[in-house]
Ligand binder design. Sequence first.
Ligand code: SF4
Length: 409
Amino acid sequence: MQPPLSGRLALYVHIPFCESKCPYCDFNTYAGIEPLMPSYVSALAREIEQWGAWLDRPTLASVFFGGGTPSYLPPRDLQRLMGTIRTAFLLPDGAEATLEANPGDCTSDRLLAMHEAGFNRISIGVQSFDDAELTMLGRRHDAARASQAVVEARNAGFENVSIDLMFGLPDQPVATWERSVEQAVRLDTDHLSAYALTLEPGTPLEADVRLGRTPDPDPDLAAEMYLLAQTMLAGAGLQQYEISNWAKQGRESTHNLAYWRSLPYLGVGPGAHSYLYGAGALDRSGVRFANVNPPRAYIERVNAWIANGLLDADAVSTAAATGYCEPVDSRDAMAETMMMGLRLNAGVADASFRERFGEGIAGAFPGPTAECIELGLLEWAGGALRLTEGGRLLGNEAFSRFVGAANTP
Ligand code: SF4
């Protein structure tokens, strides 16, 4: 029996290698495990092949190599993996294929190789165009290299370039944030993601702040920076389409839209998450699962899976490297659709919600819908329920009401 699958699939490929670990990062990524690269790439190729066969070579809506630092992988490995994907899945011409890149890896020859491998979109982890901030963040590039990376990506043939920036940093004045946004606009980025720094427990930066070695970021200043970015980017022709994302028209990220629209996605590699569900009216729920985190354990699990001939396993929980797996019932799927979809400026279209779940949003969530409208957090617009302008900074207030209602018997 195949796992359930509805429509086109978004494929995420996790690359867990980083040249150095940034002090604020709690992603499933590692520095100093480069000797694992060859066995890792082989295991990843096997997992991709297996999923392609198991799902009967489905059509992909998008491919996204994230991490970690995908650009740190030798270009020949990126080429091999893209070749494996093309064989195992149907990747239509022109489908979005994104590679996350560190500016330090963006030399012209590597960029050319990445483009030749089949990536047509590059997401460059700039974070800041201020050298002092980059040092504080433990980044391995400076501001000049970051700007050069964007220019060289275009020269290598990337017509779709995205930049990541971070705001709300310790000691960050609004003026340096303003200059970073200005520089992103000057570089004519097609897409911009702007995330407030989150102090993740267990990271060195969080410890420094907790122990008073680094000042606590100021949330009021962070809110000011966010509003400033909204104004500056709108003035530059970059439309906000999600709480943290802006794009030129037609340059919205297809891959990330799949997450926000709760469309099916498959993640391969250690720690990668998947969410698959069926197409039928009676099969509105699905299954959510994730691979084990440690790269070594992941490689061993994939190799054992192949060696043991478990290729015809009939449940996702026995897949190559699954660490956890849970069914998603219809009520959970509805809450997730609201929580993710309300992040989008367009909100959640009532018609598509009804098509998937057999009832409209107000019918499924009468209390949260009415309350959030009453509080001015949400509004109906063009048949969709969406955050109001003022509600965008208070999104969690709205999300939690829908999740709470889904968990109430
Ligand atoms: S490069 Fe990115 S993934 Fe790697 S440690 Fe830094 S923030 Fe984390």
